[in-house]
Design a protein around this ligand. Structure first.
Ligand SMILES: [Zn+2]
Length: 85
């Protein structure tokens, strides 16, 4: 697989947004902190398996991946072009 799936990027973005909302909600109702932890956990798994450079496994943050959807994008670590499909 020489590309990153844009569905995975969307899913990752959703998980981060849900995590943020749960953190804020946690100050009102503390059990939401547990959900925040769960969302973060799934995000970390997704990130490890699907949101890395397909060539070198280098980490890219979501901002850069979202940018990469519309632009030619090269990995910061190995310089290889990353395709988003
Ligand atoms: Zn790379």
């Amino acid at each position: 697989m020489k590309y990153i799936s844009s569905k995975d990027i969307k899913l990752g973005t959703c998980l981060i947004v849900l995590h943020g909302i749960s953190i804020m909600g946690g100050f009102i109702k503390w059990p939401l902190f547990i959900f925040a932890g769960i969302f973060m956990f799934f995000y970390i798994i997704l990130d490890r398996h699907r949101l890395r450079c397909p060539n070198c496994g280098g980490f890219e943050n979501l901002d850069r991946l979202n940018y990469a959807k519309k632009h030619v994008f090269h990995c910061r670590h190995c310089g290889e072009r990353i395709n988003i499909l």
